[in-house]
Design a protein around this ligand. Structure first.
Ligand code: FPP
Length: 240
């Protein structure tokens, strides 16, 4: 695809979220195991995270593993977890150079103790950096809202709040994404036209861009195209 000529002149969205979809189909097309597709997907993530930083995107949120992904074979799940562990280990050794802040959205308690430790170390050591990557790991949008409701109910039971104190802002503060602005743009590659339980609360006003490319093939020109589409929509509705 040809990048839009003017996309670089317009400020990018502050927060872009991506459903990294199509790894399995990418591998199947090449006669490779699904895990090879996820490995290529991890490379695509590296490429796009770097490009987002170049563009000045402040927050990048990626759907790395959903609450439903546990239904996959244990080999595939282990393969994805291994890739995440490898990525985090590298990120920890390059932390001072890259200065990327890591956050994790999801219930990490189901991950191995080793992976949980890497997540916590990455989150804690990067807390003062600015450009932020949010990894959705064992994440589901409904699960996130239920968890927030339970925690608010607990605070009501403890006498901290009354039920009528619940507002949209207060509920937002109980979500994994507390303090993170909502994404202006959500991208789903691979041709699927679903939200798949991703950022249900936060996506209320997001622009969705669906692209036909499989995630492992996703490159800077595809991000340019999605951002150009986002600006076209913004321009159409801006000022109305
Ligand atoms: C969806 O494609 C992808 C996933 C469920 C896993 C995403 C994980 C990665 C990209 C690797 C994680 C590592 C890092 C460092 C980000 P799919 O398997 O559902 O593809 P399909 O629909 O073609 O089968």
């Amino acid at each position: 695809m040809t990048p839009s000529a003017d996309v670089n002149k317009l400020p990018p969205p502050r927060h872009i979220a991506i459903i990294m979809d199509g790894n399995g189909r990418w591998a199947k097309k090449r006669g490779l195991p699904r895990t090879a597709g996820h490995a290529a997907g991890a490379e695509a993530f590296r490429r796009i995270a770097n490009y987002c930083r170049t563009l000045g995107v402040e927050y990048l949120t990626v759907y790395a593993f959903s609450t439903e992904n546990w239904k996959r074979s244990s080999d595939e799940v282990a393969g994805i977890m291994r890739l995440l562990g490898k990525y985090l280990q590298e990120a920890l050794s390059d932390m001072e150079k890259n200065r990327v802040r890591f956050r994790f959205f999801g219930d990490l308690t189901r991950l191995t103790p080793e992976l949980q430790k890497l997540c916590m170390e990455a989150q804690n050591r990067s807390a003062d950096y600015d450009v932020q990557v949010n990894f959705c790991l064992n994440y589901g949008g409904r699960d996130e809202i239920v968890r927030a409701a339970k925690n608010f109910a607990r605070d009501v039971a403890d006498g901290k709040y009354q039920p009528e104190d619940l507002t949209e802002e207060r509920l937002s503060a109980y979500l994994y994404s507390a303090d993170v602005p909502d994404p202006e743009l959500i991208i789903r590659p691979s041709g699927e036209l679903r939200t798949s339980n991703f950022l249900l609360w936060q996506s209320a006003y997001s622009e969705y861009v669906f692209l036909n490319v499989l995630w492992p093939d996703f490159g800077p020109e595809d991000l340019d195209e999605a951002i150009a589409e986002y600006h076209r929509r913004n321009r159409r509705f801006g000022g109305v």
